[in-house]
Design a protein around this ligand. Structure first.
Ligand SMILES: *[C@@H]1O[C@H](CO)[C@@H](O)[C@H](O)[C@H]1NC(C)=O
Ligand SMILES: *[C@@H]1O[C@H](CO)[C@@H](O)[C@H](O)[C@H]1NC(C)=O
Ligand SMILES: *[C@@H]1O[C@H](CO)[C@@H](O)[C@H](O)[C@H]1NC(C)=O
Ligand SMILES: *[C@@H]1O[C@H](CO)[C@@H](O)[C@H](O)[C@H]1NC(C)=O
Length: 484
């Protein structure tokens, strides 16, 4: 019932501002040639003079077309940032990367349509960039993305300091600021807290930065403040004074307060004898992949586009689990359901399936996922993951399964460390980390009702086609969740 909706998933439209200008110039040129033809018949005597003038005019027009297309590059902002930036220590280096999505072919024909739209510069692609107008130091960022949150682009430079592993820079006052090196974007009820707890045990990952600032997904939009880390959040709000929590100052001060000092004070020497700053921190807010605007509209850009515009090198990590288990965990975790009997759960499952099925009949899949009306059934992993792979590519987004994380934590941790390009850890360090107590396992779950076989079957039947699509997209049968 859901697959028929996929074609609506990316129904966004783009007008490429760069091609628009040269096209009108061409129209002018054509008009010019047409007129000059009439003129030529009258001016046979001055043939030579005419040809010379024609060549000159052609050159002038050509130069204009060329420079106009150059004006589309973010010269003004870019150069001022660069000037400001180079006042700081160190030389800028190119943090830009090929923004084209590298998505390998997939098996499911259902999805190839979705992906072909993605590959042809779907929503939020940096499609305006052409290699000709891109200087090595300036990344082009679409003006629509800048207008999502202009203060970010006035504050954060487009290149970061090369000797810092984290994306760091010095401001005008020569103070160091840094953004997260990696993001754990979700999914809630899938073990993000335990993942965060264990990865921050890596000696280069700072555990001092609280897990969830909830800035991109919540504070940035002035959304309701999550109850987590309230004391720390108030401290930052006080610090930035008149500005409210939606400003980039809030976010930057969060890391300035809890992490940047540790980065600054832990230089290290690499094999060549150069001083580097290897410490990093992460933002593990579960709202980052889920809250993409308030009120939610079918916007052209999401948190993924915005974060990618600011940090094209950021590493994105996502942990998921069997959606049937996740639903069950959500039911037990949510204090809204006081009646936690098998019958209440069965009723809840039926209601949510009805809710999502009717939503999908009226709206696009993205709408049903992001408006969250049928929570927790609306968490369609594929819809969430695709936003991020569209901008970061398949290699830039790492998807873990909670089942694997629990079963073989040491192996999964090693793989995650490789993905994050952090130094490998000796065996005993890995063991020490994986032996830590598993955090945030829902204690109430143990006292939960027996999941009726019929209830479980309802959920599994509902999720089966979704799992199939996701497994096919990921080219990985583990995501079929056939183990039940
Ligand atoms: C899918 O994964 C298999 C190995 O699991 C690999 O051999 C194959 O090339 C992959 N296909 C695509 C399209 O990436
Ligand atoms: C927060 O500040 C921004 C401008 O920086 C403003 O647009 C927004 O309305 C403010 N929000 C609140 C809740 O005051
Ligand atoms: C999305 O882009 C289109 C085309 O540029 C524009 O008309 C539309 O207003 C944009 N939508 C939003 C929500 O910004
Ligand atoms: C429920 O399913 C399990 C196997 O998954 C089976 O052993 C059990 O007998 C079933 N219970 C009922 C009441 O059908």
């Amino acid at each position: 019932m859901c697959s028929g909706k996929t074609s609506q998933t990316y129904n966004f439209c783009f007008i490429d501002a760069c091609t628009a200008a040269p096209t009108s110039m061409l129209a002018n040129l054509f008009g010019f040639f047409h007129q000059s033809f009439i003129m030529r018949t009258r001016m046979r005597k001055h043939k030579v003079t005419f040809v010379v003038i024609l060549v000159i005019i052609f050159c002038v027009v050509f130069v204009r077309v060329y420079t106009e297309s150059r004006d589309e590059s973010p010269k003004a902002i870019g150069q001022s940032i660069q000037k400001e930036y180079t006042k700081g220590r160190g030389e800028p280096h190119d943090q830009g990367r090929d923004t084209r999505v590298r998505i390998s072919p997939i098996a499911d024909p259902d999805l190839s349509e979705d992906l072909s739209k993605v590959e042809h510069g779907g929503i939020g692609m940096d499609a305006h960039t052409s290699p000709k107008i891109q200087t090595p130091l300036l990344r082009h960022i679409a003006s629509d993305i800048i207008s999502m949150k202009p203060d970010i682009f006035e504050t954060v430079p487009r290149q970061f300091l090369p000797d810092y592993k984290s994306p760091c820079w010095f401001n005008k006052q020569n103070e160091l600021y840094c953004l997260p090196y990696f993001y754990i974007i979700g999914v809630d009820k899938c073990g993000t807290t335990d993942l965060w707890d264990k990865i921050t045990q890596h000696p280069d990952v700072l555990a001092s930065v609280p897990k969830e600032p909830h800035w991109w997904g919540k504070r940035r939009h002035g959304c309701e403040q999550p109850p987590i880390h309230q004391k720390e959040a108030r401290q930052i709000s006080k610090m930035i004074g008149e500005k409210n929590d939606s400003s980039i100052e809030w976010y930057l001060n969060w890391f300035k307060t809890f992490g940047v000092k540790s980065i600054e004070s832990s230089p290290s020497q690499n094999a060549d004898g150069d001083v580097t700053f290897p410490k990093v921190f992460c933002d593990a807010s579960i709202s980052t992949c889920f809250n993409i605007g308030k009120p939610w509209e079918e916007g052209n850009y999401t948190n993924a586009d915005l974060i990618h515009a600011v940090q094209p090198q950021a590493k994105i990590v996502m942990i998921i689990r069997n959606p049937t288990q996740r639903f069950f965990s959500g039911f037990m975790y949510n204090s809204m359901y006081r009646d936690k009997s098998s019958a209440a759960l069965d009723l809840e499952v039926k209601e949510k399936i009805h809710c999502l099925t009717s939503c999908l009949q009226k709206h696009s899949e993205r709408y049903c996922v992001f408006t969250k009306t049928c929570e927790p059934l609306n968490t369609i992993y594929l819809t969430l993951v695709k936003d991020w792979m569209r901008v970061y590519g398949r290699d830039g987004v790492y998807v873990l399964r909670l089942e694997d994380w629990r079963k073989n934590c040491a192996e999964e941790l090693k793989k995650l460390i490789i993905f994050l390009e952090l130094p490998a850890l000796p065996k005993d360090e890995i063991l020490r980390i994986t032996r830590r107590k598993t955090l945030n396992v829902n204690a109430r779950k143990a006292q939960g009702p027996a999941l009726w076989n019929t209830t479980r079957d309802l959920l599994q039947d509902f999720f089966r086609p979704l799992n199939k699509r996701f497994a096919s997209f990921m080219n990985d049968t583990r995501f079929l969740y056939n183990e039940g």
